[in-house]
Design a protein around this ligand. Sequence first.
Ligand code: SF4
Length: 338
Amino acid sequence: MDERTPAANVLEIDGLKTYIRLSRSTVRAVDGVSLHIAPGETLGLVGESGCGKTITGMSVMKLLPPGGRIVEGTIKLNGRDIVPLPDKTMREVRGNVVSVIFQDPMTSLNPTMTIGDQIGEALRIHREVGDKEARERVLDVLGLVGMPRPAERINDYPHQLSGGLRQRCVIAMALVCEPSLVIADEPTTALDVTIQSQILDLLDELRRRLRMAVLLITHDMGVIAGRADRVAVMYAGKIVEEASTRTLFKRMRHRYTEALVEAIPRLDQETSAELYSIPGLPPDLANPPEACRFAARCRFDTEICHNEYPAFSEHEPGHLYACHHPAGVDEPVEAAAQ
Ligand code: SF4
């Protein structure tokens, strides 16, 4: 099956450009991004901080920072383009069709409200249910996200819970109206490693059980491995490589993807070996280069990389990338997959 055209996608982004106007310049935070996610599928959106991942997710919520504006492209949620929708209509979409899980549960939760009231708020807004029905649904969803003794916890305030339990509450808030799409933006970065794994397992299980589409945004390639069905690698406002997770880890082509994977610490690495980090910084997105945006940091750059933007296209079935000198293309695909 053509991985680019599943029967019915929950999310279809086409040619999205989201710019942020500052006092003296305009930052091209998202610069021509196209993505799709099918029901029950997890797409990992990966890249360094500041590459435009979060602004892509926030564009789908239409919750942009001051000066932020979608200047071009379409964002279809269950077939409806939300870009032209007024804010009043977007309030019906947020939390109902699409919801978001942020990185830090402490800033996502209101410290003055009980967790039961916060989780039930979306139900009261979107489903117009009464207090009794909302409480029952909140207890159900707290059970679903693995909150121990939900009936005792429902009246707790966020400060009475551990970081892991608070993040379970944030997930419960995101799921209570059973949205078609959940955007999980660095959902475990603020948690310790064992809790990270539990929360990612939980998201995965809920995604399967509820057939939600998930956009998993992270800077950490290790989080993507084994969790996402497909991966889109983003650099300096553009998608530079997209493939199934299996293909990407076996036959990554873009030199930026290769560098990201190389930067993951390995258990079999010599303890005295220096950890690899990508040299330099991403380009200024107020004035990005016309050619390959990674060229100034790439070990494989040649003249053409500094003069021409490489075409982003499907070079292999289901595998898209934009690189003049892709990794491993001289090796037969079967050999590279060993
Ligand atoms: S196009 Fe050139 S500079 Fe850019 S990633 Fe590929 S090899 Fe490196």
